[in-house]
Design a protein around this ligand. Structure first.
Ligand SMILES: *Cc1c(COP(=O)(O)O)cnc(C)c1O
Ligand SMILES: [Zn+2]
Length: 408
């Protein structure tokens, strides 16, 4: 029995076909490549119930993943994160069927581990010895950790403004870390130059085809954990938008396998920060591609992406599922984050909080119905963002603190 049922890669724009067992980056036309599988043979050989006996991580879906030999798997135990009912805050929002896919429990603390697990495993399988990657922080940290485990050399390029916490995480792995005085797009230019100059594998978002295969497993897990029911709405904090493209791909594949209802897709909602909302702007204008967002800025640094290579795929996923795109401001995000911690005990990251805020706003606006099953994706742990709130942390004096508590 074949471990992976990968058949070929194909260009997301011009449909040109590539072989699966060679190193590829972008298509010759400059667009991202997507991975295709022999879905009809999977649907004959694998039944949903078979999954129940498998490992409790994302490798349970191995036929639908690109790694062809299990020996090449580089795993830190990623996947199968909880899908938690958010009853209290959902009730308060008027959305009693609110759920959270909680990626804070992933190795490395963000869902970037999924992309890194697949990206690094497949790189290992293809014989890659070193890669370069531009990152806002979380992807660089995740890829560095998996690269360390794989014995692959990682060169990471980050904006200087990336959180110190994450710099330390990357530095600890022994990756070679470089800083640029600019945004992720500037880091991307530097990485592209380094890739050309030093013949490195370019692991930039969507320049390698496999991280999307890791991120799509969030879609499989949501379906499996809902006993193969399709939720009405999934809300995702979109930066490069790979997670959203992945979730869309996952549900399409599940439909073709006959594992979920063929007539229903979840409505996919992209939320961005008002300080960086190129996808939202394009969606509002009914466009198929976004424009570069100048001087982007947001506390939710994971979604600070001024122009995404896969923007047309994100927009397509939103249009085709009758979805929605909206932006929210940083101040509101941080307020929502507090509300979530204080009602549900979940210390979500700002990006995750933005999805709850989007649910609240779309509920109020009547875009989402109170009968809808709504899944918010908390893409990472709040603990990675302590720098955001440092000024507000109360410092209690040793002497007199009990007294001050009693006085209140
Ligand atoms: C990278 C990141 C995102 C955005 O992910 P994409 O799939 O690239 O849009 C959201 N949240 C966090 C915490 C991230 O690190
Ligand atoms: Zn092409």
């Amino acid at each position: 029995m074949t471990f992976s049922h990968i058949s070929h890669l194909s260009c997301a724009k011009c449909s040109f076909v590539y072989k699966p067992d060679e190193v590829h980056q972008l298509c010759r036309c400059g667009s991202p490549l997507l991975v295709n599988y022999d879905l009809s043979s999977i649907s004959m050989k694998v039944k949903r119930a078979h999954l129940l006996n498998r490992s409790n991580d994302l490798w349970r879906y191995h036929e639908l993943l690109p790694v062809q030999h299990p020996d090449n798997i580089v795993s830190l135990g990623e996947g199968m994160t909880p899908l938690l009912p958010m009853k209290k805050i959902g009730q308060e929002m008027g959305l009693p069927r609110l759920l959270m896919k909680d990626e804070s429990l992933t190795p490395t603390g963000t869902f970037k581990a999924r992309g890194a697990a697949l990206g690094v495993s497949k790189a290992k399988e293809l014989g890659v010895k070193a890669f370069v990657m531009p990152t806002n922080g979380n992807a660089g940290a995740a890829w560095s950790l998996y690269a360390a485990k794989a014995g692959i050399e990682a060169v990471i390029v980050m904006p200087v403004a990336a959180p110190p916490f994450i710099r330390s995480e990357v530095a600890a792995t022994g990756s070679r870390l470089f800083f640029v005085d600019g945004l992720i797009s500037d880091a991307g230019k530097m990485a592209a130059k380094a890739a050309a100059d030093f013949h490195l594998y370019d692991a930039s978002t969507l320049k390698e085809p496999y991280r999307i295969e890791g991120k799509k497993t969030m879609g499989y897990e949501i379906a499996e954990m809902m006993d193969w029911q399709v939720p009405d709405v999934i809300i995702y904090p979109a930066g490069g938008g790979v997670g959203l493209i992945g979730i869309y791909k996952a549900f399409r594949e599940l439909q073709q396998l006959g594992w979920v209802d063929q007539g229903k897709m979840p409505r996919l909602v992209a939320v961005q920060s008002e300080g960086c909302a190129p996808i939202v702007k394009a969606w509002q204008e009914g466009k198929m591609e976004s424009e570069l967002w100048r001087d982007s800025k947001t506390v939710a640094f994971g979604i600070n992406v001024p122009k995404a290579l896969g923007d047309f795929l994100v927009l397509k996923a939103i249009y085709e599922t009758n979805g929605f795109a909206l932006s929210v401001n940083d101040e509101e995000i941080l307020e929502e984050q507090k509300r979530i911690v204080q009602t549900e005990g979940a210390f979500v990251c700002p990006e995750g909080a933005a999805t709850f805020l989007a649910a609240r706003k779309l509920g109020n606006a009547g875009v989402i119905d109170q009968k809808d099953t709504v899944v918010t994706v908390n893409t990472g742990m709040g603990l990675k963002y302590l720098h955001v709130d440092e000024q507000n942390t109360p410092v209690l004096q040793r002497d007199g603190y009990i007294k001050s508590l009693i006085d209140e």
